[in-house]
Design a protein around this ligand. Sequence first.
Ligand SMILES: Cc1ncc(COP(=O)(O)O)c(C=O)c1O
Length: 466
Amino acid sequence: MADQWARFGLDLHLRVDREHGLRDGLEQSLREAIRDGRLTPGERLPSSRALAQELGVARGTVSQVYEQLAAEGYLAARPRSGMLVAPRPGPAPGPAMPPAPSFRTPVDGHDLRPGMPDLSMFPRREWLAATRQVLQSVPHGTFGYSDPAGHAELREALADYLGRARGVITTPEHLVVCAGYTHALRIVCQALSRAGSAIAFEDPTLPDYPALAEVAGLRVNRIAVDRDGLIVDDLGDEVAAVVTPAHQFPLGVTLSPRRRIRLLDWARRTGAVVLEDDYDGEFRYDRQPVGALQGLAPDHVVYAGTVSKTVAPALRIAWLVVPTKLLPAVREVLRFEETHVNVIDQLALAHLIRRGELDRHLRRCRTRYRHRRDRLGQAVADRLPGARLSGIAAGLHAVLHPPGRFRSESELLARLTAHGVAVDGLGSFYHRPGDSPLGVVIGYATPPQHAYDSAVDALISLLDIL
Ligand SMILES: Cc1ncc(COP(=O)(O)O)c(C=O)c1O
């Protein structure tokens, strides 16, 4: 039961919950009124006698409440003034707040930035059913601490799934469940980090990844990418090379068969590992999927996958398949690793995989994304003579090289942004933006279905008339 007071001399609305006794209720509501600023520092409270009368309680009850709040520092007794709301110390002066870490802020208008699946396709019903099933069936012990490498059931389900869907050769013991690819990359970098060691990244790439490797203590070498993928012959004495062989990010090219062989030769010869980022390997449209590199050399390739493109980034679930020689170092990193994926979510994903729900979901997504890619390709072919679309055989993004009349990427992006179309400039993925050909990266999976056609129309019209 709750009593409401509009006023006790002050113009204050207090809601006193009597459920745990009037004393506790009054104490709580006064505390809240001070915390949320309805009672401000210096404000005078009614005398304990007046408030007791108003509430119809013993004066001693109100006095006890006042004493308690004074002891906690919310109130201060002043001679001749009675009880006042105590001054509140402001935050200590110090260095300015650091900038918030970057993550994708929503945009007004048409969002065609790469890196997102269509979030409206999240399999809500299936995920709910899987979670319910998990909660109903797991033994109590599941709610305790669990293996930092991931729950055995998910590792088993993933080992089967990756073998079947991506040609990965592994056992559950080689799998490590991570909170997203970024986390997976950090674990690998930490496991490899030795004074002076270098790691190779493709150029272009997502800039956060080499930055993360540097923070982990590795030197970063950038290796250019051409139409056959990473220029493997430029690799040297690095301890690892991070590649996106199925669909290079962001250019979208596939690592050619010849380069695949040469890359694995390099790893065998030097003892380095290849970190295969198979971020969108499930999406291939025009021909048979390109199997994982890992399947050709499981002892030399660390395979990384994620649900961020197939299900949703919010789940923060990814995995590593670690070659035997690197397992001790990875386990050592995991000993002190506090970032784990919620076990209930791990088991829900295992359930979806085992029931074939993930495959069904992927089939729905593939159909939708293929249509979108075709729609984009058609619009460019019909309406943008001189423009070229590349990287379209797979994945969720393509690179649009606009017609020759555009002078610079910044000019192009500024005008698209001004008209409410968000894409990423290709230059932002190059170590030296000047090395970048003129182009924009288009995430055709990003908008919800109902907004896709208008987003493509807006993009094409702007490039058409500029
Ligand atoms: C190249 C690349 N790798 C991996 C990922 C997946 O990252 P995460 O699993 O941390 O969401 C992305 C997502 O945008 C990506 O673009």
